[in-house]
Design a protein around this ligand. Structure first.
Ligand SMILES: CC(C)(COP(=O)(O)OP(=O)(O)OC[C@H]1O[C@@H](n2cnc3c(N)ncnc32)[C@H](O)[C@@H]1OP(=O)(O)O)[C@@H](O)C(=O)NCCC(=O)NCCS
Length: 150
């Protein structure tokens, strides 16, 4: 089941932060998730099963344009279409609102995410040089990707 979440208890934000920390080098805290999910223009959607958070997506929507801030699937639940399902859900909602497009940045070495976005219909819209810092390694470029909704 996919649902939009704004208000939740501390334990929920901690579970999101746990999935994020397992997915990215620079994790966000439970409090950062709480604040960002409640910020004006931001939307959090989660895919759950029996109360377990499988995957989530946080995006901001301004003036008919969406930007994905983060997306992750719990490591044990990857490869089952959960992130793809969330992207589809978000795109359908934005189409219904007459939005134009959705943007995101993704590290050029993140093969799984690049495959996911390509299948979802995202196409290249540029490159940001040295966008992601890496501990003990050079910063990595980001692809800017765009999904056209019209
Ligand atoms: C990138 C990420 C979000 C993908 O999440 P996911 O839920 O595994 O994505 P999906 O399942 O929708 O798609 C991934 C794979 O599952 C496959 N898949 C989709 N539905 C499936 C199903 N019903 N059964 C089996 N496999 C399936 C897809 O074909 C794809 O496989 P492929 O890459 O070999 O072609 C996840 O790997 C992740 O959290 N990574 C760390 C965080 C990250 O990098 N986020 C993106 C930052 S820009």
């Amino acid at each position: 089941m996919i649902r939009r979440v704004a208000e939740a208890d501390t334990e929920f934000w901690m579970r999101l932060a746990g999935i994020h920390a397992a997915s990215f080098e620079h994790g966000w805290s439970a409090d950062e998730f709480r604040v960002m999910s409640n910020a004006t223009h931001n939307r959090l959607y989660v895919a759950e099963s029996d109360g377990v958070i499988l995957s989530f997506i946080l995006l901001t929507v301004v003036a008919g344009e969406g930007e994905i801030l983060t997306i992750a699937t719990a490591p044990d639940h990857r490869g089952r279409g959960h992130a793809g399902g969330l992207l589809k859900h978000v795109a359908e909602n934005l189409v219904a609102e007459n939005a134009d497009s959705v943007f995101l940045e993704v590290a050029v070495d993140n093969a799984e995410a690049l495959a996911l976005y390509s299948r979802a219909g995202f196409r290249s819209a540029g490159v940001r040089k040295a966008y992601y810092s890496r501990t003990g390694a050079p910063a990595v470029d980001a692809h800017i990707l765009r999904l056209a909704l019209d």
